[in-house]
Design a protein around this ligand. Structure first.
Ligand code: URP
Ligand code: ZN
Ligand code: ZN
Ligand code: ZN
Length: 463
């Protein structure tokens, strides 16, 4: 069994910051010890002096190879998981998709086939339900049992992923009974589609109108409705990609009432705004995602939500489409721009920048990016922390390194960076996945197929 010793670093978890050496045996953390007192020997010693030693990031919202708007997200499981590792993320939970008329099983099998043998880091799946029927409701129980314990439903995208309130209610009833978590894309898609049509009729075709028609109030309304439906059924609810201040308020109210309601936001909503969507020469298309970027004024509520725990998780919703040939499908009609933005490589650094700027503490950084996402989706203990028995998914992070984010240097398979030219302090130096080096002093040494499928338990965040 290979023994690795990480010496001299500051070990940061959601709970603690301690100067400790970390002993890894095989794929797991064996022990933490006070430097200079333990006498441990190892096959490999990694010097982490002046560095942070943190759990690998857990990104519970990615879409590798997602079919959308007649094209596919440009990162495969191979390129996307490599990019994740470069950015200090060692676990992703991606979304398998049930197509209309298909079983959940067929969708899940298709996603296994895409990912199997290709990932550089460990991965699990949520299930997108786009056809809630008697059959798919029954299948939910089987999926929970085999480790797909969360189900995403859409109140948006009529005719594609959309479920009506009755279907949502039924899926929630099932989740309440089988221990599953309901994830919600909360936007009133029926109303939005009317506003889209009216905007296009007025000749409002530029990317910025994507932000104008997908109104904050329609995110808040859907969030409110989802909360009430969940309350009626007793199901836990996790609202994905929250961007509107008014939606945070809905979550805060529900949580004040003690309901099992949770919220996720993403770096793009914390750092970007409708100013980006308004960039000239169709450049705004790079920032088209749903929920949309909001006016800057919404950001304060998101940061506050992260501090007050009305929002618990920051994930990326990584769903990249190249500007050339993909985003361009929507020239002259913003509704044809594939929805989604790249970011799986940027999340840990952007949130560290928030630490540097005093917006969150170092422990909160690890909590929202590693520990809570793991706990929320049944991976905690194995993932999300540095403790004896946990998988040795460990990042050596240099908090003093300066970097400039750019498409020239990133590893995501996409021809632009949403953060082009942004200077941040802090950078990943070395990454281990189950004790094996994936990034070694900023060199990729991992391999496709190292990443293993994670059958997840039910949420550990509820009890
Ligand atoms: O625009 C986005 N978010 N694309 C990915 C699909 C989704 O709704 O999460
Ligand atoms: Zn120190
Ligand atoms: Zn969504
Ligand atoms: Zn998504």
């Amino acid at each position: 069994m290979t023994r690795t010793l990480i010496t001299g670093g500051l070990v940061i978890t959601a709970a603690d910051e301690i100067h400790a050496d970390v002993l890894i045996e095989g794929g797991r953390i064996a022990a933490l010890g006070t430097p200079g007192t333990h006498g441990w020997t190892a096959d490999r010693v990694i010097d982490a002096a002046q560095k942070f030693v943190i759990p690998g990031g857990v990104d519970v919202h990615t879409h590798m190879e997602l079919p959308f708007g007649g094209t596919f997200a440009s990162d495969t499981f191979e390129t996307g998981t490599q990019a994740a590792a470069w950015g200090g993320t060692t676990t992703i939970v991606d979304f398998a998709v049930q197509s209309k008329g298909q079983s959940l099983r067929a969708g899940l099998d298709a996603w296994h086939a895409k990912a199997d043998g290709r990932c550089a880091i460990d991965y699990g799946f949520h299930m997108i339900m786009s056809d809630v029927t008697e059959r798919s409701l029954k299948e939910m129980d089987l999926l929970v049992e085999e480790g797909v314990s969360s189900f995403k439903l859409f109140m948006a995208y009529p005719g594609v992923f959309y479920s009506d309130d009755g279907q949502i209610l039924r899926a929630m009833q099932r989740a309440a009974a089988n221990g599953g978590m309901i994830m919600m894309h909360a936007e009133n898609g029926i109303a939005i589609d009317v506003l889209v049509e009216q905007a296009l009729q007025r000749g409002e075709t530029d990317p910025r109108y994507h932000g104008e028609v997908r109104k904050a109030l329609l995110e808040a309304e859907a969030t409110h409705r989802a909360i009430k439906l969940a309350q009626v059924t007793g199901a836990p609810l996790y609202v994905v990609h929250v961007s509107a201040e008014q939606a945070v308020a809905e979550l805060a109210r529900a949580r004040d009432e003690g309901l099992p309601v949770f919220g996720e936001t993403c770096p793009q909503y914390l750092f970007l705004s409708t100013d980006n969507l308004a960039e000239p020469d169709f450049e705004g298309a790079k920032y088209v995602c749903s929920t949309p970027l909001r006016p800057k004024e919404h950001q304060a509520a998101l940061w506050r939500g992260l501090r007050t725990d009305d929002l618990q998780v920051v994930s990326t919703d990584h769903c990249p489409f190249c500007f050339v040939g993909q985003k361009e499908l929507g020239r002259g009609d913003f509704s044809k721009i594939p929805n989604g933005m790249p970011g799986v490589e940027n999340r840990m650094d952007l949130l560290h920048q928030a630490v540097v700027e005093g917006r969150i503490t170092r422990r909160r950084w690890i909590e929202i990016a590693c520990a809570t996402p793991a706990r929320m989706f049944g991976l905690y203990g194995k993932k999300g922390t540095i403790a004896p028995g946990a998988d040795a998914d460990v990042v050596i992070y240099d908090p003093h390194a300066e970097q400039v984010m750019s498409a020239e240097t990133h590893h995501m398979n996409v021809d632009y960076s949403a953060y082009e030219g942004k200077r941040v302090t802090g950078q990943v130096e070395t990454v281990l996945s189950r004790g094996e080096l994936v990034i070694d002093k900023r060199e990729f040494v991992g391999r496709a197929g190292h990443g293993a499928y994670l059958a997840r338990g039910t949420s550990q965040y509820l009890g």
